[in-house]
Design a protein. Sequence first.
Length: 143
Amino acid sequence: MSDFIILDKNEIESAFCGERRQYFAGNLKKPQNLPFIRSENVEMGLTSYDTFTAEPPHRHSVATEYQYMVAGRTQYMDTETGKVYEFKAGDFYAVRSGTTYAQKSEPGTKIIFVKEPSINDKEQVTMDENVKRWLADETMQTI
């Protein structure tokens, strides 16, 4: 038996009206603009930043995140070590479970993400003044 499940370009693009993240697959509880493929094992989607965006520090207690940079530039700060990582179009990276990080992205940044397993395990973390200053700096100094 063959079975193709298709989300076409127009559906995907229209789903981003007023949204910066859409899931293609996962065990999702929150409503999505885009129909998604139910999966207990993996979450997959696209993040698209139209403007400078800073994501507050958090970690995933169980899931590992895999990310591929489609366009733009993003930076992550490991908030435990203070080390900053920069990724540009064409880069692939993974963030293991338990890693606490903050993220900021330039306008035009698009990232395909895969999270394994498909679980809502995001834990917000309090940020110190150093992280607050870093997130507020929209110049995103080149590393």
